[in-house]
Design a protein around this ligand. Structure first.
Ligand SMILES: NC(=O)c1ccc[n+]([C@@H]2O[C@H](COP(=O)([O-])OP(=O)(O)OC[C@H]3O[C@@H](n4cnc5c(N)ncnc54)[C@H](O)[C@@H]3O)[C@@H](O)[C@H]2O)c1
Ligand SMILES: [Zn+2]
Length: 362
């Protein structure tokens, strides 16, 4: 089947996101020059998959040389230590300025490889090959790259748009169900903030085909990131719906305790309750949002939803400005705004309601 293509605007030029059932490895041809050195950074968890091996074999023919770097699976790889190990491996192998980086993996590999590409020899071109739902619909697009610190998530990073993104849906065949579900949390996020039709089409649970869904999410991301690449106009910030609490939870329970998407699912429920408290969003709509999240097998509550536990992390989060936390709140499904000045009391009440599985109160 033919590939779908979405064009993304960035300060360093346009790039395309190709989405299709069989686009790798041939799809690389249009983007990667012949006879350049290539560093292929691969998530270790998928290093032995046939598609990964096919990419490697293809690159072996195309590139002047290839350096293969394995990234251990899991959020822990988005660390200063792992970053150091990777750039040193590239330097040790003598990767030169004419080199290209090809990132094959989920958001962890993509964020780390993107940051390596942004900084090694002051910047190298990178092609993103996302292999999870999260990476296809979100992290591979928009140019944000980075790593975590023990003090918080994504605290070190750079804007470094890829030269191309190639999203081959066959990766999703091997993706564990829990990872798929976690990715659907980001998909539901797009529907909630920007596309009620997309949201409605997912109301009963996972879609039969992911192609249209991935394309629609990439279009939304491309629009918001294209209009506000550096995240300064409050447009791109809408993508953080559910993420304030999610990052707080991830900080408290550790990255191994919850998948990013699961934390986002819970965070969206809290944000919906808060939207009701701020008198912006109907109770019925908040209940609907929660029901849909649940229909996708995602969690809608967590025992650590407590202000005293989450606030130290949330306030340190990069979305916190001098005006306090910037919340993404809903007006209706498909329409979100950035809101500051939400009182601590309201946040506490929303956390409590969600923790105790109560209905939202205005
Ligand atoms: N840069 C951005 O704009 C942005 C946006 C959203 C999320 N992120 C980041 O993305 C990260 C989460 O990404 P993720 O959810 O993709 O997690 P991930 O990269 O950790 O991948 C999840 C798991 O799936 C495995 N896996 C990957 N592809 C597979 C496949 N095709 N088959 C079988 N197993 C596979 C991995 O080995 C890993 O164990 C977080 O660090 C988050 O901060 C970044
Ligand atoms: Zn996210």
């Amino acid at each position: 089947m033919s590939a779908q293509r979405v064009r993304v605007k960035s300060a360093s030029g346009m790039y395309s996101v190709s989405i299709g059932d069989k686009i790798l490895p041939q799809g690389l041809q249009a983007h990667l020059p012949a006879k350049v050195p290539v560093a292929m950074l691969v998530d270790e968890g998928i290093a032995a998959l046939p598609l990964t091996l096919a990419i490697f074999a293809w690159l072996e023919k195309r590139a002047s040389r290839i350096i293969r770097v394995r990234i251990p699976a899991g959020e822990r790889s988005k660390s200063v230590d792992e970053y150091g190990r990777v750039v040193r491996q590239l330097a040790g192998a003598g990767l030169t300025r004419d080199g290209w980086i090809v990132a094959v993996g989920g958001g962890v590999t993509g964020d780390l490889a993107g940051f390596v590409a942004a900084t090694y020899l002051r910047g190298m071109p990178v092609i993103q090959i996302p292999t999870t739902v999260v990476a296809m619909v979100d992290s591979s697009v928009g140019g944000k790259t980075g790593i975590d610190l023990p003090e918080g998530k994504n605290l070190v990073g750079a804007f470094h748009p890829p030269k191309a993104v190639l999203a081959d849906l066959r990766w999703l065949e091997s993706l564990p169900i829990a990872e798929k579900r976690a990715g659907m949390a980001e998909v539901l996020k797009y529907g909630a903030i920007a596309d009620s039709k997309l949201f409605g089409s997912l109301a009963k649970g996972p879609p039969r085909s992911m192609k249209k869904v991935v394309k629609r999410c990439v279009e939304i991301k491309a629009k918001l990131a294209g209009e506000d690449e550096l995240d300064r106009k409050g447009k791109r910030a809408l993508l953080n719906f559910g993420h304030t609490v999610a990052h707080g939870l991830e900080g408290v329970v550790g990255y191994e305790g919850l998948r990013h998407g699961e934390a986002v699912a819970i965070g969206m429920v809290v944000a919906a309750h808060l939207s009701v408290k701020a008198r912006r969003f109907k109770k019925k709509a908040a209940e609907k949002l929660k029901a849909v999240i649940r229909a996708h097998g995602l969690p809608v509550t967590h025992p650590e939803l407590r202000w005293d536990r989450l606030s130290p992390v949330m306030e340190r989060d990069k979305k916190a400005t001098t005006q306090g936390i910037r919340w993404v709140l809903l007006r209706k499904i498909g329409k979100a705004d950035l809101v500051t000045g939400v009182t601590e009391k309201k946040i506490q009440l929303a956390l409590e309601e969600v923790r105790e599985g109560k209905l939202p109160k205005g």
